[in-house]
Design a protein around this ligand. Structure first.
Ligand code: URA
Length: 214
C-alpha cells in the first residue's frame, strides 16, 4: 500500500510548497518546522491503520466510550535528516519507544552503497515499526536499515514514512522487502537524477535542516 498525502488537497500542500521553494528553504528554522509539521500529519494518517481498544472515561457529567491505541508503535528516524520529521511523529505518538539509526550514502561512480554507523533500538518483536526518513530516493537506506533492525525482533508491520518519494525507491522496496510494509509519503515525484537525487524533490534534506557537511 502506498499512501500519498497530496492526492487530496489540504493545508499540507502549503508546507510542501515552502519546503520545495529554493528561496524559502534557505530559512533553516522554517524548513525544519515544516518538516516537523508534515511528520505530525503523516503520524495522524498512520494512526488510522493501527489497532484500537475500547476504553471508558468518566466525564464530570457521565461516561464516554472511546477507542484508544492498543499499543504504541516504535519510531525509528534515520539520522540526520530524519530528526525534525521524527519530532513531528513524537508529538502524536508521545508514549512511543524510539530507536535511532545512522545511515549515509557512499557513491562509487554510478553505484550507491549505504553505510550504517549507529544503531540503538528497542525490541521490535510484534510491533508496528515506523521508519522515518524524509527522502525515499533509491530506497537503499530504508532497506538496509530495516534489514539490520529486524535483528532486534521481527515487527508485525513496517510503516515507511517520507516527505517526498521517487518511483525508483518504491520499486526497490517492493523488490527487496519481505516483511509486511506500507509507504506513506507527502508527495510522489517524477524520478531520480544521475546523482540519485529526487527530481523535482527539494534538494538535500539533511543540509537544508542542519547545514552542508564537509
Ligand atoms: N536525499 C536527499 O536529501 N535528497 C534527495 O533528493 C535524495 C536523497
Amino acid at each position: 500500500m502506498t499512501f500519498i498525502l497530496n492526492q487530496v488537497n489540504s493545508i499540507a500542500n502549503s508546507m510542501l510548497k515552502e519546503l520545495r521553494d529554493k528561496n524559502l528553504q534557505q530559512d533553516r528554522a522554517r524548513f525544519r518546522s515544516n518538516v516537523e509539521k508534515l511528520g505530525s500529519i503523516l503520524a495522524y494518517e498512520i494512526s488510522k491503520k493501527l489497532l484500537y481498544k475500547r476504553e471508558e472515561v468518566q466525564t464530570p457529567l457521565g461516561k464516554s466510550v472511546i477507542q484508544v491505541l492498543s499499543d504504541q508503535p516504535v519510531l525509528i528516524p534515520v539520522l540526520r535528516a530524519g530528526l525534525p520529521f521524527f519530532q513531528g511523529f513524537q508529538y502524536f505518538f508521545d508514549k512511543a519507544d524510539s530507536g535511532f539509526i545512522g545511515a549515509y550514502r557512499k557513491e562509487n561512480g554510478e553505484d550507491i552503497t549505504i553505510n550504517l554507523e549507529y544503531l540503538a533500538a528497542p525490541d521490535l518483536t510484534g510491533k508496528d515499526l515506523i521508519m522515518i526518513d524524509p527522502m525515499l530516493a533509491t530506497g537503499k537506506s530504508f532497506v538496509k536499515s530495516i534489514e539490520t533492525l529486524i535483528k532486534h525482533g521481527k515487527p508485525q508491520h513496517v510503516h515507511i514514512a517520507s516527505l517526498v518519494a521517487a518511483p525508483e525507491g518504491i520499486a526497490y522496496l517492493k523488490e527487496k522487502l519481505t516483511l509486511p510494509y506500507s509507504v506513506y509519503t507527502c508527495a510522489l515525484d517524477e524520478k531520480l537524477n544521475a546523482q540519485s537525487y529526487i527530481v523535482p524533490g527539494l534538494g538535500d534534506a539533511g543540509d537544508l535542516c542542519y547545514g552542508e557537511k564537509r
